[in-house]
Ligand binder design. Structure first.
Ligand SMILES: Nc1ncnc2c1ncn2[C@@H]1O[C@H](COP(=O)(O)OP(=O)(O)O)[C@@H](O)[C@H]1O
Ligand SMILES: [Mg+2]
Length: 312
């Protein structure tokens, strides 16, 4: 089981057999903080449908998860606008809202939709609940507040990290890319998303504490590589970049040095159009084709597709 220190966020992978009690006191060897930890309650056994089937290696490569334990770093904005940009490049894109806050679902103008919770509990699986958005090549598998029940129901069940992958496998062939938005916490949702993906994009602002957030998620990814998904690769995306700020430029240089070869060449600049588009419940390039950040997301899509970077 994975235990996270609530004080310094260090993650520990404990051998299940060593943990006898449902509640136990743990001490973080890094910051010495003492805290109560809980055995996940094994409420439900999961029956897997497709996991045993051998799939093409490329299946996982099309799944990209957007993750960072820090909130407000543009995870949801990146999922929406990178997804839309890939769709504009004639790729069939499924956006998966895997955050109980449902910000991605709301950003596309949907309310009162089903979610993974209903899909698993009598709602007919993922396929029946995918929404075709009004934008060409773009589909959404939405979220709602009932998703919180999944954490209670399955977190800690045997192989719970594989549940999303198992249920996505039957529909993978329909899409060129599947982008998953995640919450700023490590529980059922983030662990499932990281287990399913070939790539994790870590959005990060160029502020003083950004390296801390990146280090945290990279440590988690090391654990995921060993435990559930050896193929996952991490890339860092700089978001809300202020090109007038000397501090931002200094931190960007530092990030490139600290994480060589991991940072995307494309930067996403601060752009008020992103917020305006969110208010209008649409991807930014649909709201304003000239949006600077919108065009940078298009450039990011081309970088991911390996196309020449001809959009400035
Ligand atoms: N490039 C940008 N320029 C300006 N504001 C942005 C940009 N990207 C995101 N935002 C705004 O920052 C806030 C947080 O973004 P969001 O995508 O919701 O982050 P997260 O999902 O990581 O919490 C939102 O209000 C969003 O509109
Ligand atoms: Mg979000």
């Amino acid at each position: 089981m994975i235990v996270v220190c609530p004080s310094c966020q260090t993650q520990y992978d404990l051998n299940d057999q060593l943990v006898q009690e449902p509640t136990f006191i743990a001490r973080c060897t890094k910051c010495q903080h003492t805290f109560a930890a809980y055995q996940p309650v094994r409420v439900e056994e999961i029956s897997f449908l497709k996991l045993a089937e051998t799939k093409k290696k490329s299946d996982l490569d099309k799944v990209v998860v957007i993750s960072n334990q820090k909130g407000g770093v543009a995870k949801t904005s990146t999922c929406l606008n990178l997804g839309q940009s890939l769709a504009m490049q004639n790729k069939r894109v499924l956006l998966v809202d895997f955050d109980v806050q449902a910000n991605l679902t709301i950003s596309l103008g949907y309310k009162e939709t089903n979610s993974f919770y209903e899909a698993l509990n009598g709602g007919g699986g993922i396929e029946k609940n995918i929404l075709e958005t009004k934008y060409k090549n773009l589909w959404l598998f939405p979220s709602n507040k009932n998703m919180v029940l999944l954490n209670k129901k399955y977190f800690g069940a045997r192989n719970f990290e594989f549940l999303l992958k198992d249920r996505l496998l039957p529909i993978m062939e329909r899409f060129d890319y599947i982008l998953i938005d995640t919450p700023p916490s490590i529980e059922f949702f983030t662990l499932n998303a990281l287990t399913t993906a070939g790539m994790v994009i870590i959005p990060s602002q160029c502020d003083f504490l950004s390296t801390h957030g990146i280090d945290q998620i990279l440590k988690l990814i090391q654990l995921i590589k060993v435990k559930t998904n050896p193929r996952i690769e991490a890339r860092i995306l700089i978001t809300m970049f202020d090109k007038e700020s000397t501090a931002s430029k200094m931190i960007f240089t530092k990030l490139k040095r600290l994480y060589p070869g991991m940072t995307f060449d494309t930067l996403i600049e601060m752009d008020a159009r992103i917020r305006e588009a969110q208010i209008m419940s649409m991807p930014v390039l649909e709201y304003n084709q000239q949006s600077k950040a919108g065009r940078q997301y298009l450039r990011l899509a081309k970088e991911i597709l390996g196309h020449p970077l001809d959009v400035s």
